[in-house]
Ligand binder design. Structure first.
Ligand SMILES: [Zn+2]
Length: 418
């Protein structure tokens, strides 16, 4: 374990920073949504052509968890805002393709739009720009002292000049940029989606103000984010073996994610919560319960004063709706009910998915919100991964200079006292 992690002064500094921003001192959390997510998207035969944000909003309403005062309508990012990160020719090309419903060969090749992966559909530009606007708004609300929950966000693969992995614009990047533009100097991004948060890591590879931690499944698209990939010393990649269970997530959270986040002393955090990390997702084989992920996000949300919680991937409409609805419930202080009201049951029963056969739809997906915990043995590979991740941290790059200096002074002071 590197020295930084058991450095008492360092932990003390992080602790002091956190003591002023406990969740209980925050204003009530806010849910960011928009009607645009009710419109059909991605065409047919696409993994994202399933009910997602709309079923989460409906389920939360059915549970009495989404009063008007808790909901904010996402705004749409302006062309100027989109230019914070995306190349203007790409933004123009997507807008043009969205308006005309057509993309020529050259634009398809250059921007990866109008493909099977990133299809054109009516309103694609507006939808993508709305998710960016929602993530900027989320950062603004987080700076007011609220947890901002934006389940339509988390499109973490988008590149500056092209679409990638079902993502046209990279809204998590914009939440982070909004924090930086507000003057913050230490932001941590944590990605719990089943796939590597490559677009976000790449966006801030040379920005000393941002650290990224991605926990994702080994051997999955986009095949980056190996444990050895530490970026410029400010990235931590936990590429986990298939079938990760709740106990293993707990170990990685407590031994790697939390301490590394604390040593980076973030002023703000952005968390992507892809629902494809759940057991039962058709595009991954992670086996986490929603209970474990709710607890993980709650824990992470205590690690910085300003917190944005985004959605992400997730291709099973039942597990996604239960995860993100329950996550909002937990973040907003509700108890998860054992029995669901009839209206909520009807929403779960009404979901459909081409990727999952009817006989594979589990009874609990239709009748409950919370999974059974999936505790299990912590495999040696997971323990080795934690050790390797910590050993790979370059203290001089990971711990921000502004935090390191007072820590060293504090440590020196402590020595003198002895
Ligand atoms: Zn994913």
């Amino acid at each position: 374990m590197p020295e930084i992690l058991d450095h008492p002064a360092c932990n003390g500094a992080a602790h002091e920073l956190l003591s002023s921003n406990r969740a209980d001192s925050r204003l009530a959390p806010l849910f960011i949504g928009h009607q645009i997510y009710r419109q059909a998207a991605y065409g047919s035969n696409h993994p994202l052509a399933i009910p997602r944000v709309e079923s989460v909003m409906d389920l939360c309403r059915a549970l009495g968890w989404l009063g008007q005062s808790e909901l904010r309508e996402s705004r749409r990012a302006s062309m100027d805002e989109l230019a914070w990160f995306h190349a203007s020719d790409y933004v123009q090309a997507l807008r043009h393709a969205s308006e005309t419903g057509r993309v020529d060969f050259e634009a398809r090749r250059r921007y990866a739009i109008g493909t099977m992966e990133n299809p054109l559909f009516p309103g694609v530009f507006e939808r993508a720009a709305t998710s960016v606007g929602g993530s900027i708004l989320a950062a603004e609300l987080a700076l007011e002292g609220r947890i901002a929950f934006h389940p339509a966000g988390g499109m973490h693969h988008g590149r500056p000049d092209r679409a990638s992995g079902f993502c046209y614009f990279n809204d998590p990047v914009f939440a982070i940029l909004a924090f930086l533009k507000a003057g913050l100097e230490r932001v941590v991004y944590i990605d719990l989606d089943a796939h590597h948060g490559d677009g976000v890591q790449g966006a801030f590879a040379r920005d000393a103000r941002v650290r990224t931690i991605s926990l994702h499944e080994q051997g999955r698209w986009p095949y980056s984010g190996d444990i050895a990939d530490t970026g410029e010393g400010r990235a931590c990649n936990l590429s986990v073996p298939a079938q990760i269970n709740d106990s293993e997530l707990g170990v990685l959270l407590e031994e790697v994610v939390s301490p590394l986040t604390q040593t980076a002393a973030p002023q703000a955090l952005v968390v992507t919560c892809g629902a494809d990390a759940l057991d039962g997702d058709p595009l991954s084989s992670m086996q986490l319960s929603n209970l474990a992920l709710w607890s993980a996000v709650e824990r992470i949300a205590t690690l910085a004063p300003a917190v944005v919680v985004l959605g992400g991937g997730g291709y099973n409409p039942w597990t996604l709706a239960r995860y993100w609805s329950g996550l909002w419930g937990r973040l907003s202080g509700r108890d998860i009910p054992r029995k669901l009201p009839a209206e909520a049951l009807a929403i779960l029963r009404g979901l459909r998915c081409d990727l999952i056969d009817d006989e594979d739809v589990r009874a609990e997906w239709l009748t409950t919100l919370s999974d059974q915990p999936n505790r299990g043995a912590v495999r040696d590979e997971i323990k080795a991964l934690a050790v390797r991740a910590l050993a790979g941290v370059d203290e001089s790059a990971w711990v921000p200079a502004a935090v390191r200096a007072p820590m060293q002074t504090a440590a020196a002071g402590r020595k003198e006292l002895r």
